[in-house]
Ligand binder design. Structure first.
Ligand code: AMP
Length: 284
């Protein structure tokens, strides 16, 4: 397995693969790799001749006071996971490689970023879209694998790919969960013992709301109120950034539930901000 730190080097390697008419799958990450990342990698390997994983804790997607300084990092462990899952190349650039001093361009996706996490984390998706656009330009992959857990992130990148005509296919991979339903996340390690016991109620409640919607509840307000009150009841110390039903494409709040919707939440449990969602397709 190759490890590249320089843009010029990984670009040369990826160009060679494309020139040989082999396909290139790409899994962008911020490191602290876990079983969900391994699943993305395995899915990428099934469809592509070569797989690249990037590991870069992107400073521009963290707001002031967020966990940039404490974000978990363990490159040796990440390297092991990549090697063991059959990754062909890891791109592990330094900050100065990605953002040289004279850097002054950003990518701003509007509209779809004004709701959910975008509303609570100003500038976050500008940081995400910018670094992802850079990674796409550097690697030029055929297919890119992203997790449903970060549903809004997927939709933002999808919009950017369409708007800026990136020649690649995005693949959304299902959320990987712990046995008790909690979505696997690098940030779960911030949970206290009590928080870890309470956190699975988020997914349980998403499933309950899914059942109600499938039974025919149409008024989003009822679901929005229920999900917030049940989470509050089960995690008394939590702070809910948002929880409710949104249109699955535009991510706008819906009043009447129809078509495809996503029930999405972001909940602070102590120092951990947990996000989760379920997408529901409703027939006519
Ligand atoms: P991260 O390094 O956590 O920012 O995430 C890198 C990629 O892994 C993103 O596409 C995430 O959506 C995806 N990912 C992280 N956790 C999960 C999970 N539990 N299930 C599915 N995908 C995930």
């Amino acid at each position: 397995m190759k490890v590249f730190k320089d843009i010029s080097e990984i670009r040369k390697w990826a160009d060679t693969i494309r020139a040989e008419r082999k396909s290139l799958g790409f899994v962008p990450t911020m490191g602290a790799l876990h079983i969900a990342h391994a699943e993305l990698i395995k899915t990428a390997e099934e469809k592509n001749d070569f797989v690249i994983v990037s590991i870069f804790v992107n400073p521009t997607q963290f707001g002031p006071g967020e966990d940039y300084d404490s974000y978990p990092e363990n490159f040796e462990k990440d390297k092991e996971l990549c090697k063991n899952t059959g990754v062909d190349a890891v791109f592990y650039p330094d900050i100065s490689e990605m953002y040289p001093r004279e850097y002054s361009t950003t990518v701003k996706v509007s509209d779809i970023t004004e709701t959910m996490c975008g509303k609570c984390r100003p500038g976050h998706f500008e940081g995400v879209a910018t670094v992802v656009a850079k990674l796409f330009n550097i690697i030029n992959p055929h297919r890119v694998y992203l997790g449903q857990k970060d549903y809004q992130q997927y939709r933002v990148i999808e919009r950017m790919v369409g708007d800026l005509n990136f020649d690649l296919k995005l693949v959304m991979c299902p959320t990987v969960r712990e046995k008790d339903g909690l979505a696997v996340s690098s940030r779960n390690q911030y949970l206290s013992e009590a928080g870890r016991c309470q956190a699975p109620c988020i997914y349980r409640e998403l499933k309950e709301c899914e059942k109600l919607i499938k039974k025919g509840i149409k008024e989003a307000r009822l679901i929005n109120e229920k999900i917030k009150s049940i989470i509050k009841e089960n995690i008394p110390e939590c702070k809910i950034d948002y929880a409710g039903v949104y249109d699955a494409c535009s991510l706008k709040h819906v009043d009447i539930i129809k078509g495809n919707v996503v029930i999405a939440t972001a909940v602070w449990v102590g120092k951990a901000r947990l996000i989760d969602n379920i997408v529901i397709k409703i027939g006519d």
